[in-house]
Design a protein. Structure first.
Length: 185
């Protein structure tokens, strides 16, 4: 799926649906997520695309995996999903691209994501969508400094780190940028 105006609209509509399903006003969501009411309104009206950090805050506020927030961008559940049909989401401001590699399904527990972060970027998440979310990250290209719950890891191609998210995490690239795969359970 491309990064198109229709995918921005689908995401905006889904984010509004998730908020209203929980009977939250924009002001209440702003207070609990730390995202301004104006920004939330612009996102829900598809005027701007949310950043990676913003989606992380919303996932945490709703206690749901990021993949569930991006659910409208995912096609149905076929056993095979071709590269051109995989859901793609971009945070152009952070030089971050997220590709859902796994065929999406709420019935399966493992999800695989390919991440690409351009050189000299820093993406930080204050807390996980839900405590204990298990990740296995394999760096494919570049260099990546991953910090999880205060523990830093300098990763080179082929390195793998596994962890359960309890608190803050961040991804920092240097001159090379990074491409990695995360398997999430």
């Amino acid at each position: 799926m491309s990064d198109s105006p229709s995918s921005h609209r689908a995401l905006a509509d889904h984010l509004r649906f998730v908020r209203t399903e929980r009977n939250l006003s924009l002001q209440e969501l702003a207070a609990s997520s730390g995202i301004s009411r104006a920004t939330l309104s612009r996102i829900e009206n598809a005027e701007v695309s949310p950043t990676a950090e913003t989606l992380g805050r919303l996932a945490c506020t709703y206690a749901m995996p990021l993949s569930r927030l991006l659910a409208p961008l995912e096609p149905g559940f076929p056993p095979l999903i071709r590269h051109d049909d995989q859901s793609l989401w971009r945070d152009a401001g952070k030089g971050f691209t997220r590709r859902a590699l796994s065929p999406p399904s709420g019935q399966l527990s493992l999800e695989m994501i390919e991440g690409r972060i351009e050189p000299n970027q820093h993406i930080a998440y204050e807390r996980p969508a839900f405590p204990g979310h298990e990740h296995h990250l394999v760096l494919l290209e570049g260099m990546l400094n991953l910090t999880v719950d205060g523990m830093g890891y300098d990763l080179l191609p082929g390195d793998c780190v596994r962890y359960r998210l309890q608190g803050a995490s961040s991804f920092r690239t240097a001159e090379e940028g990074a491409r990695y795969i995360i398997a999430m359970v």
